[in-house]
Design a protein around this ligand. Structure first.
Ligand SMILES: [Zn+2]
Length: 282
């Protein structure tokens, strides 16, 4: 599933290639993904200019100059590819939606498993799916301070484990299983810890860990378990070197550098595997 760094990478690719371009043609090749594509989509977005590209959680938002915003979600297997438009070029397999710009670019939305989503909403409103989302994990220092205060408040009475809490999109948005496991290793916090037992310093370490791992992954162009393509169509596959995720039974690399031997453990929490080192993570 594309995670936040992949979605951010795709968003940046779209932004670099399509900002201020005008949509001249829209073609849908099917009507329904996870939910129906709005019937009025073509009539609303054709001739509009794409002025602003943002990411919210794992949603990509393209704001148009007609006060409308297109929302995309990549579901389990979605991709968005931009390349020069070649006249009469056939659509690729699983291409459900194609948008062509006056400037000669072609944006293809490709989603083999069709759990993705394309929707439309007025820019001055918030899409219903975005209203209850927690804050973004990344941002400037002011944002990070607000995030700290937010987590302090949200965690203080929570018995739930920190691992499960960090996966809750209402508390903090955009974090998937891999990134939470890796961030908790960096922070030195066990995934089993009750959220309410975390100290202020430990919460700061978690925020720092999340920032570090996401920033590395974005710098690497996103990473993914599955096939993944950059917005420009180039295969941007980059498997991050995970330190703990998927490493059950292997020696913890942190511990090895300190001449200690500790084996990575796996535990299932809320139906998802957590990987951790019980020497480094308390
Ligand atoms: Zn360790």
């Amino acid at each position: 599933m594309p995670e936040l760094p992949e979605v951010e990478t795709i968003k940046r690719g779209l932004e670099n290639n399509l900002t201020n371009q005008t949509i001249i043609s829209v073609q849908r090749h099917r009507d329904t993904l996870r939910q129906p594509i709005p019937k009025e989509l073509e009539s609303v977005i054709t001739h509009a200019k794409m002025i602003h590209f943002t990411r919210r959680g794992k949603y990509i938002l393209i704001e148009l100059n007609n006060q409308q915003t297109i929302l995309f979600h990549l579901g389990m297997s979605g991709k968005m590819i931009v390349r020069p438009n070649i006249k009469d070029e056939p659509i690729v397999k699983h291409e459900h939606f194609t948008l062509i710009t006056k400037e000669g670019q072609r944006l293809s939305y490709i989603d083999p498993r069709r759990f993705g989503m394309i929707d439309l909403f007025p820019s001055e409103e918030n899409h219903t799916l975005l209203i209850h989302m927690g804050p973004e994990p990344l941002g400037d220092d002011t944002h990070q301070h607000k995030l700290f205060l937010h987590l302090l408040e949200k965690l203080k009475n929570k018995k739930q484990s920190i691992k499960v809490t960090l996966l809750d999109q209402h508390i903090i948005t955009g974090l998937g299983n891999i990134y939470v496991c890796e961030a908790l290793l960096l922070a030195g916090i066990s995934p089993l810890r009750e959220s309410k037992t975390l100290t202020k310093i430990e919460i700061q370490r978690i925020i720092q860990g999340i920032q570090t791992i996401l920033t590395q992954a974005i710098a690497a162009g996103g990473s993914s378990m599955r096939d993944y393509v950059h917005a420009n169509g180039k295969k941007g596959y980059f498997q991050m070197q995970w330190k703990v995720y998927g490493k059950e039974g292997e020696f913890c690399l942190n511990c090895l550098t300190k001449q200690k031997k500790s084996v990575i453990k796996r535990v299932v929490q809320a139906g998802r595997s957590s990987f951790y080192c019980d020497i480094c993570q308390k």
